[in-house]
Design a binder for this molecule. Structure first.
Ligand code: ADP
Length: 426
């Protein structure tokens, strides 16, 4: 294929030479004016040709050489961009490991070597296999769908990691691991501080409370109201310290004992506790539509459920209704619930209720003997049983607190009966 430049050069020469020859012939055989006209006409056509060819050359790189050059330029730009992206990911402080659907390593950055110990020879090998024996490896094999926090770094056990897996494209995934050692240390300092302060306060408070109990208001009648208030406040402080210690212990536990919790007798115990606390002010009933049991810690589950029951009693005005429920779900799980017809909670508070010391109304919580830590304890106990707390509420109409337990925590009933009991309000 002839190039545009060759075609242009030949055509241009033919027109110029042709017009010059025409002009000479015209000068010899006709008049000089004819010769001048032919010469100028030829030059004009040649100029027009040249201009068209130049425009075509600029807009149409149809020569194979030019196409090759353009392609090479594009490729080198893409290569440069790819290098920039790789350099940027390579310089990240977070470990990044790219792997395929078979779990084989395709690429990793420098932080992955520092935190996870990935090296060049691991490329093509199974990610979970070379992390075998580490907590990160166990997480990758069993629970990688959920992000993990606070795992020891395989390459340096003094460092703590938060890890997550991000799928992308058709077959690729990225393991992202972030060094959270500083955050984890601060969290540990906070936990230790709260646990130590609570522990240190326990003995002096017991002593003060003991002496206050010894003082008989009848001996000093003028101080009787003061003594009563002091006793109440020291009791409240003791309860706060006990709840803080419970929370600290729960935070440091990775698991609780696995016992068989018979729910029907536990529901009856909870009902009796509610009746005692209510002192006849509420209608209290149990609705159990299943006899299934739970696998977990009897002591902690009892304490969490009884927290919800005592809240229902404390935040439901006299004459209200409280229903303690136990039912199975379609997926084989089960739900323990406490429904009340009490004060209710407006939507903006719901998400924060399980934070420590979060109260909708501090005065009401204090008056009813609350520490502001009850729901926080409930959440921790449920987390340790892989359960979750669901709160539904409407101001003025009441609330339902549901503990949703997974099927893996549900055990078959030891007897088939369905249990219903009711205590009417006085
Ligand atoms: P407290 O010791 O103050 O009751 P909790 O952690 O048990 O602390 O509860 C946090 C807050 O949630 C309470 O202060 C109260 O405002 C609200 N709350 C909990 N249960 C109920 C309920 N059944 N009805 C209305 N409000 C509730």
């Amino acid at each position: 294929m002839r190039s545009i430049r060759t075609r242009f050069d030949t055509g241009f020469l033919v027109i110029v030479i042709g017009s010059m020859a025409g002009a000479i012939v015209a000068a010899l055989w006709t008049s000089p004016w004819w010769a001048l006209g032919i010469a100028l006409g030829g030059e004009a056509v040649a100029l027009g040709w040249w201009l068209r060819a130049r425009r075509a050359r600029r807009t149409r790189p149809d020569a194979p050489g030019q196409l090759r050059a353009a392609r090479a330029l594009r490729q080198s730009r893409l290569r440069a961009q790819l290098h920039d992206v790789r350099d940027a990911v390579g310089a990240l402080a977070d470990a990044v490991v790219l792997f395929d659907d078979q779990g084989r390593v395709r690429w990793f950055n420098a932080a992955a070597t520092r935190l996870l110990g990935v090296r060049r020879e691991h490329v093509g090998q199974s990610l979970a296999q070379w992390l075998d024996g580490s907590e990160l490896g166990a997480w990758l094999r069993t629970n990688a769908a959920q992000p993990a926090t606070d795992l020891p770094a395989p390459a340096d056990a003094s460092l703590r990691l938060a890890a997550t897996i991000i799928p992308f494209g058709q077959r690729l995934k990225v393991l992202l691991a972030r060094d959270i050692s500083t955050l984890s240390r601060l969290e540990q300092v906070r936990r230790d501080f709260v646990a130590n302060v609570s522990h240190e306060l326990r003995t002096p408070l017991t002593v003060i409370h003991g002496y206050l109990e010894l003082l008989d208001p009848a001996d000093v009648p003028e101080l009787a109201p003061v003594l009563g208030e002091m006793r109440m406040q020291s009791q409240r402080m003791q309860q706060i310290v006990e709840d803080l210690l419970t929370l600290s212990r729960l935070e440091t536990r990775e698991a609780l004992p696995d016992e068989e919790v018979a729910m029907i007798p536990l529901l009856e115990t909870l009902r009796r506790e509610a009746v005692a606390l209510s002192q006849g002010r509420h209608r209290i009933s149990v609705e159990a539509t299943t006899g299934v049991r739970l696998r977990g810690s009897i002591h902690h589950l009892h304490s969490a459920f009884s927290n919800l029951v005592s809240n229902a009693v404390r935040y439901t005005p006299s004459g209200g209704e409280i229903v303690i429920g136990w039912r199975q779900t379609a997926d084989g799980g089960a739900i323990f619930s406490v429904r009340d017809s009490g004060l209710g909670i407006s939507a903006e508070h719901l998400a924060r209720l399980t934070e420590r010391f979060y109260r909708v109304s501090s005065s009401r919580s204090r008056e009813s003997g609350g520490t502001g830590l009850g729901l926080s304890i409930v959440k921790h106990v449920l987390n340790l049983h892989q359960g979750r707390l669901v709160i539904e509420s409407e101001p003025g109409r009441g609330s339902t607190f549901s503990c949703v337990m997974e099927a893996s925590r549900v055990l078959p009933p030891d007897h088939g009966g369905i249990f219903r009991a009711e205590t009417p309000a006085n």
